[in-house]
Ligand binder design. Structure first.
Ligand SMILES: Nc1ncnc2c1ncn2[C@@H]1O[C@H](COP(=O)(O)OP(=O)(O)O)[C@@H](O)[C@H]1O
Ligand SMILES: [Mg+2]
Length: 425
């Protein structure tokens, strides 16, 4: 086991002829204002696509770190750099006390699980699990079998099981395979070929193959995205449990915020190649550092409403007024007379009758999920619709004219231009 440290990691790919640069191709992703001027001008030159920009991240020994971000933000590239499948343009990668930039993938002692399971189709489950072990010699990493021993092992494997007097190495392989198969409930499947397995079973074999190697670090790149919703939830819990049991440092990549929230000890949010925030799941939810994180984490997402700061903590909007608690006074002082963005999570609205303090809205959509109900509401000409989460007992129908009350202690405030969050003092 080992900690992993990424220091000032950058990756650019040469621009392909006729191709737009990464940052100009994704103008929406810059809405948080978090993209640095340097990065923008670099990609605007067309010389190279800057995919990862000065990534600094420390994953503690034994930690389960989730790397989450929208498709195309550079997550797989980051994992491939750590695994040694890509070379950094700048920066350092440390695994334990080893600087691994110049080490080939095999020497890094890292196992990667991909979205596509990448199993060997001509091998049984048993041999898929055993393959990495035989290749590296045995579980003891520094003892490599001699050429003669390798030949003897290969010969032994060709014999029917009853006849083979197993070599020591093959016995060790067998033990490890059986142990991993038991943990992942793969024992009944050991003699099957990948084409005889369901998606979930294949994914468990891919996980098992990584586990069997007992590496210092697991890298997992969206390993659950090919599974249906029920199996995904099951396997999610299983991976978390296994990681706790094994204590292997893990970096898990996903674009799914539910996976991120439920699996990680900590979450690193990536957007357009830049880390936006690194925090424990609930901290990320409760104190998002900017508008991008606030919108990305949480479903339905946070609502954003532009308001103007009047004196003190009074906020005004063409359709309502809101007074925030006193703790906001000094934070809002520089913004008096200016616009800021109010962020409200769907659960921090409550449905009530209209008054001067409530948002006068029309309900345009009611989604009743059973345990809770989502309302999409129209406030003047404000778009997109505001989304509120209510209890199923609350009787609301499409077309109702209602008031939405905001819980003032629960609001988030962002600078209108940069999207950076302000926090009460
Ligand atoms: N080998 C490559 N050459 C050029 N561009 C690449 C290469 N690999 C990835 N990219 C680009 O890098 C960006 C990030 O890709 P990727 O890391 O796969 O994103 P993610 O995994 O977050 O969806 C994409 O715009 C992709 O087109
Ligand atoms: Mg990817």
């Amino acid at each position: 086991m080992a900690q992993v440290v990424l220091e000032n990691l950058c990756k650019s790919f040469p621009a392909r002829p006729g191709q737009k640069s990464a940052t100009t191709a994704q103008p929406l992703l810059t809405a948080s204002g978090a993209i640095s001027p340097a990065a923008t001008s670099q990609s605007a030159s067309g010389a190279a696509q800057s995919i990862l920009k000065h990534v600094n991240l420390t994953i503690a020994d034994g930690e389960f770190m989730v790397l989450v971000g929208p498709s195309g933000c550079g997550k797989s590239t980051l994992l491939r750099l750590i695994a040694g499948l890509e070379t950094p343009t700048l920066g350092s990668i440390w695994v334990g006390d080893r600087h691994v930039n110049d080490l080939p993938p095999k020497a890094r002692d890292i196992a990667m699980v991909f979205q596509s399971y990448a199993l060997y189709p001509h091998m049984t489950v048993y041999n898929n699990l055993a393959f990495g072990l035989r290749r590296t010699g045995s579980q003891t990493k520094d003892s490599k079998p001699s050429f003669a021993a390798q030949i003897a092992n290969a010969f032994t494997r060709m014999l029917p099981k009853a006849l083979s007097a197993q070599s020591k190495q093959e016995q060790a392989v067998n033990q490890t395979v059986r142990r991993v198969a038991q943990m992942l409930e793969l024992e009944p499947l050991l003699d099957r070929y990948p084409k005889q397995l369901s998606g979930g079973q294949k994914q468990r074999v891919a996980l098992g193959r990584a586990m069997a190697r007992n590496p210092q670090v697991f890298l997992m790149d969206e390993p659950l995205s090919n599974l249906d919703a029920k199996l995904r939830a099951q396997t999610r819990a299983q991976i978390v449990q296994l990681q706790r049991q094994l204590g292997t440092t893990t970096i898990y990549v996903t674009h799914d915020q539910t996976e991120a929230m439920t699996m990680g000890d900590r979450i690193a949010v990536l957007n357009a190649g830049e880390i936006q925030q690194i925090a424990a799941p609930l901290e990320l939810y409760q104190k998002p550092a900017n508008r991008f994180v606030a919108e990305f984490i949480g479903s339905p997402p946070m609502n954003f409403i532009n308001v103007v700061v009047k004196e003190g903590t009074h906020l005004v909007h063409p359709h309502f007024n809101l007074t925030l608690p006193q703790v906001w006074t000094s934070v809002l002082q520089p913004y008096v007379g200016k616009a800021i963005t109010l962020g409200v999570r769907p659960e921090h609205f409550s449905v009530t009758t209209r008054s001067a303090q409530t948002l006068p809205v029309e309900v345009v959509l009611v989604e009743a999920l059973g345990h809770e109900t989502y309302l999409s509401c129209l406030l003047g000409i404000e778009t997109p619709y505001l989304q509120a989460r209510t209890s199923p007992q609350q009787v609301v129908q499409r077309g109702d004219q209602i008031g939405l009350a905001i819980h003032p202690e629960q609001v988030h405030i962002f600078e209108a231009h940069s999207g950076v969050a302000l926090f009460p003092t």
